[in-house]
Ligand binder design. Structure first.
Ligand code: APR
Ligand code: ZN
Length: 358
């Protein structure tokens, strides 16, 4: 079976033959149909995160169940979205309504299978979805309708769940509130889409790449700005001098968390959706923290319960409430995936989705 493997941080990506075990009790073998190239994968390629290697990349995917291990109840033939944070339903967080913080889900790389020469292999977030097949616990799949196009279903598993969840569950954006979104990749664009659906206004999109303007406006932004010295002023001009009610940081850097903080009004909320590096420190003055009365919090996996929310998102995509068209820049083959990583690194397009022939 073929899979996209990272050998070490900074090493070129290669498509390799790998071997996975047969599904054990409670596990499923899923034939992957589509998998999105997400910045978190890039972070494991460029060394921002350095989990364990060799590593099969990919964690935003949809596929079809082709084999069920003993006791697994999902029928063969079901289209499923993969969930990179399956909840154990027993730990403290799961029992207190925070399944996205499940204590059983902390490893970015999980040992599974082996390379063609028998070396122990790891899979990203327990999935490793840039592969013709994955073997996963039953809890790591959510069934979706068969007629949902796989490249759309795939995005529900990370960018869309994360972006819509940040707006709806974490920040609870209300109609009429003002929003700024910094960083317009798959995640930021999906925050824009959800903010528009929530009735927010104005919705100001911010990205260093001017090329994101069209995508941002299509996804739901009312304004697009490239950050420079005038950014704070321009945002204040759009919000009666106050700053936005909600800022969403969708880059994953201390500098953009600071920017989000500055753009937010007194008493407003900054939601950090991007995942940054452990040595990238955010500096805020003690006086500013007190005086601004702002809230700074993060949103992990959209503070969502995928088992409950992915089916609802699939319905919204199905009936057109949630339009994912602006999010998908193109479909590529597994062999073209390394090039798609390069495009993501250059900030080109929104989501590139690897699709697999039936
Ligand atoms: N200011 C504004 N925008 C920036 C800046 C900056 N200083 N630096 C980068 N960007 C923009 C890029 O131009 C790009 O459009 O941020 C966007 C990031 O998009 P992607 O690389 O496609 O990232 P995405 O997959 O959306 O993930 C965003 O969320 O899940 C996390 O790990 C992920 O931290 C990452 C973040
Ligand atoms: Zn992701």
């Amino acid at each position: 079976m073929r899979a996209l493997v990272a050998r070490a941080p900074g090493a070129p990506l290669r498509v390799e033959e790998i071997r996975l075990p047969a599904p054990g009790p409670g596990e499923l073998r899923v034939r992957v149909r589509a998998a999105g190239v997400c910045h978190s994968d890039l972070s494991m390629v460029n060394g921002t995160l350095a989990p364990a290697y060799p590593l099969v990349l990919g964690h935003e995917a949809a596929g079809v169940v082709v084999e069920a291990g003993a006791g697994a109840a999902v029928p063969v033939g079901t289209q499923v979205v993969l969930n990179w944070a399956p909840a154990c339903r027993r730990c403290w967080h799961c029992r207190h309504g925070e399944p996205w913080l499940c204590a059983a889900n902390t490893a970015p790389a999980v040992p599974r299978g082996e390379t063609a020469d028998g070396e122990a292999l790891h899979v990203t977030l327990g999935l490793g979805a840039f592969a013709e097949e994955v073997v996963v616990p039953e809890a790591a799949v959510v069934a979706v309708p068969d007629d949902l196009p796989p490249e759309r279903a795939a995005l529900l598993g990370c960018a869309v769940l994360t972006g819509t969840g940040a707006v709806r569950n974490t920040a609870r954006v209300a109609a009429g509130e003002s929003v700024a979104v910094i960083g317009l990749g798959g995640v930021g664009l999906s925050v824009l889409t959800a903010a528009r659906a929530a009735g927010a206004a104005p919705i100001v999109a911010v990205d260093v790449a001017e090329a994101k303007r069209g995508l941002a406006l299509a996804a739901g932004a009312t304004h697009f700005l490239v950050p420079d010295d005038r950014l704070s002023k321009e945002i204040r001009a759009l919000t009666e001098g106050r700053g936005v009610d909600h800022a969403f940081e969708c880059v994953g850097r201390a500098a953009t968390i600071r920017t989000a903080w500055r753009l937010t009004r007194r008493g407003g909320a900054v939601t950090v959706v991007g995942m940054g590096g452990k040595d990238d420190l955010v500096s805020l003055s003690a006086l500013d923290i007190f005086h601004s009365a702002r809230t700074l919090r993060s949103s992990v996996y959209g503070s969502s319960d995928p088992d409950r929310e992915v089916p609802g998102l699939a319905r919204e995509v199905g009936d057109g409430t949630l339009d994912l068209t602006p999010l998908i820049s193109g479909l590529v083959t597994l062999d073209e995936a390394p090039e798609a990583f390069d495009r993501l690194a250059r900030g080109e397009g929104a989501r590139w989705v690897v699709t697999f022939p039936d």
